[in-house]
Design a protein around this ligand. Structure first.
Ligand code: HEC
Length: 409
């Protein structure tokens, strides 16, 4: 499908959407972090402010001036003419993210969405599965929110963790590992934008309408909106991780990459808990420490079980001393494989349609070049991530030949 658009135009569009997406996300998360901090940092107001209906008081300095912030129990005596709402930060983040998903993973599905050995090998069906995955995740989350389980905070967190774990496993069965990480991120980000759209905004609209008419607001709806907002707060760090992971193939190329995603996401959400408590004046260093130790443990476990270290061990065990003659012919064979399966993309001027420059800045057109990239190439080959899209149908045997050779370099 990407053939319909000039590849260079596609690249520019990708850059423009990515830029916008990152800026919008900074605005959304920035505003959300600020208001969480604000809410938890409000202090008892002086009596004269309390008499006017002020519930919390806060002073801050920024932009060269002193700011006085007041939160009302319900409303000020006179409703302000201009009330600022915060919703477009969330909506524009979601919309630009969806645009980026379409540009990269739908228009170039064979290259980025379809994985080596994954259940779906047709780009068209992979796109259908991707839409189903995100919509299905959204339906399930909204359904869970409407069950009585939602009132049991810790149990509900455990259920969400289970949903995310199953989603991560499923995404790895359906899509390429890189796309799988992105899809888990997109699913959770859709929950978050949905929380704003389906829950927080309607509740705020009702609240403003009620207090403007001097009626009692629906406290139940406000509490539900607050709950959704709390979910967003804990999900923020795992989502940012999923999005950034796309730049780190050692994560999604790992044998247990679906589990790595879940474990790191959990550590990050747990770490967020420390800061939420700290804003309330409760400092529990144990939380931050255990979150950090968890991340270190994941890194260590990943290193022990990484394809590179397993392949190296196998090579050591085999300890085959190849004769000079044999290694010459092996080198020739490897060179051949590189030229058929890698150099179409990894060249200064790639011949693969849709590529304008060496991807990731890597020119791979000889055994020396490939050997120099051993650390990144081993996991990329073992997980099937490379050759991307497998346009020239690399066989399992050819892959094994490359991996075995690389492990001995
Ligand atoms: C269809 C084009 C294509 C082919 C064919 C291809 N690559 Fe890649 N390769 C890419 C792209 C695009 C990236 C950058 C992906 C990213 O940013 O994660 C990449 C990135 C890489 C990386 C860096 C991964 C990292 O850690 O970020 C390595 C190593 C690599 N390729 C090795 C290979 C090898 C070895 C072959 C041949 C067996 C190969 N590639 C074939 C497109 C290709």
């Amino acid at each position: 499908m990407g053939d319909l658009i000039n590849p260079l135009v596609l690249e520019w569009l990708n850059l423009a959407f990515r830029w916008f997406h990152v800026v919008a996300a900074i605005a959304w998360i920035g505003a959300s972090f600020y208001f969480i901090w604000l809410d938890l940092s409000l202090r008892e107001p002086p009596q004269w402010k309390a008499d006017k209906g002020v519930k919390g008081d806060l002073w801050a300095i920024h932009g060269g001036g002193i700011y006085e912030v007041a939160k009302y129990h319900l409303r000020p005596q006179e409703m302000p003419k201009k009330l600022h709402w915060f919703k477009w930060e969330a909506y524009s983040t979601w919309l630009s993210g969806t645009g980026l998903l379409i540009l990269m993973y739908y228009l170039q599905a064979q290259t980025y969405l379809v994985g080596y050995n994954t259940l779906i090998q047709s780009p068209g069906w992979a796109v259908v599965a991707s839409i189903g995955f995100i919509l299905g995740g959204q339906a399930l989350y909204e359904l869970l929110l409407r069950t009585p389980l939602v009132k049991r905070g810790l149990l509900f967190a455990a259920i969400l963790l289970l949903v995310i774990s199953v989603a991560s496993y499923l995404a790895h069965l359906l899509f390429s590992p890189r796309a799988a990480y992105l899809h888990v991120g997109a699913m959770i980000a859709t929950w978050m934008a949905g929380n704003v759209f389906w829950g927080i905004m309607p509740a705020q609209r009702k609240f403003v309408a009620a207090v403007s008419n001097n009626e009692a607001p629906d406290t139940c709806a406000m509490a539900f909106a607050k709950l959704r907002s709390t979910h967003n707060n804990y999900l923020t760090l795992p989502v940012i991780f999923c999005m950034l992971s796309n730049h780190y193939s050692f994560l999604y190329s790992h044998v247990y990459s679906w589990l790595v995603l879940v474990a790191i996401g959990l550590c990050l959400a747990w770490g967020r808990h420390f800061f939420n408590l700290k804003h309330l004046g409760v400092v529990k260093p144990f939380i931050l420490l255990s979150s950090f130790s968890g991340l270190v443990l994941v890194a260590v476990l990943m290193a022990v079980t990484s394809p590179a270290s397993i392949a190296a061990k196998q090579a050591e065990k085999a300890a085959i001393v190849t004769s000079a003659e044999q290694s010459v012919s092996t080198d020739e064979r490897i060179n051949q494989l590189i030229h058929v399966h890698c150099t179409n993309c990894h060249a200064a001027v790639p011949s693969q349609p849709g590529f304008n420059a060496a991807p990731a800045g890597l020119v791979i057109d000889s055994t020396v070049h490939l050997a120099a990239q051993k650390v990144r190439a081993l996991p990329a080959l073992s997980s099937g991530y490379m050759p991307l899209g497998n346009f020239h149908h690399m066989t399992d045997l050819e892959r094994k030949t490359l991996i075995d050779w690389l492990a001995q370099q």
